[in-house]
Design a protein around this ligand. Structure first.
Ligand code: PLP
Length: 412
């Protein structure tokens, strides 16, 4: 006799996210996710680092939080203070930093500490899907500010803040990815950052700065972090090792004034993020990070060149995009009649995974014919082949592009 499976459904409280789908493997041509270049993971260096640090300090694993307390492995936080000073102009000490399990945990902690259902937050109109999904799930009103090549448009932000004020609404924060924005890859110039700080102070709205991709600029240069320019302690800064070393390590960090960091720490109830990951990163990064990153970005730039070449060859003028200053993705506009949500389904059936624009934007109509292509993880060959398959699928579904590889095609 087989017994009936236990039914959990009546026990589930309202408001849970939809059930997760079972993982069925990566698509043959995967242009999705913030995955990294497998050839750029510094495997040898990480192996040496983990052996050295375990031999030296392995006994500290017997204690939750190692010998460093709940904010994370102190040598990693000390590495970060040096790195953040050098690269982002941030003056901070180890105690201003909380190590988290990927910067996604930082998003959760900041949201848990500041947001209640019905609150309003401001984001860039096209923005990180992971941030948008979280806000939607929390029942927060999300106001998107359009971008230009300098990132979030300050004139429109000023107007929005003024409009909201007349309605008696003070947004809880302004979320921005100012340095290699996701998905547009724009970099907010220093003058715009200063303007953003001015507006934040004028309206009493803190800034939530997500600097996840800031290490990945082609020339190694970047404007100072907004956190570094702030004089009032109104900025929460988050970063990650996912894009510079490896996302599977799940190590990110928060830099914030103690007034708010202490609230975030109180919400981090997991007894500390993975210790081995923090130890290996500190041991590897202190001597090697500065040399590793240019090698990584050199390879990423080459992959972007391959992607641009493939798009030009396969889509011609039908695919519009701006060359970027860094990052791992390209934000592409196709002709208005292409619905990228439909294209996503058809492409997936043909083995090509893309991110449809509407999932990355507060303006679903604007993003309807846009898509995000991540180029870090596929090989050069997969990029070329995948774009060719995508063009073929797009032509079959939408008659676009009419010419592929400069050969006129009839619509199937
Ligand atoms: C803008 C942005 N923030 C945060 C994250 C989360 O990164 P992680 O949790 O791996 O640090 C991502 C991942 O792609 C991202 O694009």
């Amino acid at each position: 006799m087989t017994s009936a499976p236990f039914d959990f459904a009546p026990l589930l409280p309202p408001g849970l996210p939809a059930a997760a789908a079972k993982w069925t493997g990566l698509a043959k041509y995967s242009f999705v996710g913030g995955n990294n270049d497998p050839d750029a993971v510094p495997v040898e260096g990480l192996t040496e680092a983990i052996n050295a640090v375990l031999k030296r300090e392995g006994r500290t694993l017997a204690t939750y939080g190692l010998a460093s307390g709940p904010q994370g492995y102190r040598p990693l936080r000390e590495f970060l203070t040096r790195k953040l000073k050098r690269d982002a102009g941030i003056d901070c000490v180890a105690d201003d930093i909380l190590i988290v399990s990927g910067s996604l945990q930082a998003l959760d902690l900041v949201n848990a500490s500041l947001l209640a259902r019905g609150d309003t937050v401001i984001v860039e109109q096209d923005t990180y899907q992971g941030a948008l999904n979280r806000l939607t799930r929390l029942g927060v009103k999300v106001v998107g500010i359009p971008l230009d090549r300098g990132g979030m448009r300050m004139d429109l932000l000023a107007k929005t803040l003024a409009d909201l004020k007349t309605k008696g609404i003070t947004p809880k924060y302004i979320y921005t990815i100012p340095t290699v924005q996701n998905p547009t890859a724009t970099i907010m110039p220093e003058a715009h950052r200063a303007e953003l700080l001015k507006l934040s102070q004028q309206y009493g709205v803190p800034i939530f700065e997500d600097d996840c991709y800031a290490d990945l600029t082609w020339d190694g240069k970047r404007p100072p972090a907004i956190y570094a320019m702030d004089k009032t302690g109104s900025v929460i800064h988050i970063g990650s090792f996912s894009k510079s070393i490896a996302p599977a390590l799940r190590v990110g960090f928060i830099v914030a004034p103690w007034a708010i960091l202490s609230r975030l720490l109180a919400l981090k109830t997991d007894a500390g993020s993975g210790a081995l990951e923090q130890m290996v990163l500190a041991e590897y990064c202190s001597p090697h990070f500065a040399n590793h990153v240019p090698k990584l970005t050199h390879g990423l730039r080459a992959k972007l060149d391959t992607l641009i070449e493939a798009l030009n060859e396969q889509f011609g003028t039908a695919a519009e995009f701006e060359d970027s200053s860094g990052g791992i993705f390209l934000w592409v506009k196709l002709p208005d009649n292409v619905d990228t949500l439909k294209l996503y389904q058809a492409a997936l059936a043909a083995g090509v995974a893309i991110n449809p624009g509407p999932e990355w934007s507060t303006d679903k109509a604007y993003a309807g014919s846009r898509l995000r292509l991540c180029f870090a993880s596929p090989s050069h060959e997969q990029i070329r082949e995948g774009v060719a398959v995508l063009a073929e699928v797009c032509r079959k579904e939408f008659g676009v592009p009419a010419r592929i590889a400069n050969v006129e095609k009839a619509r199937a």
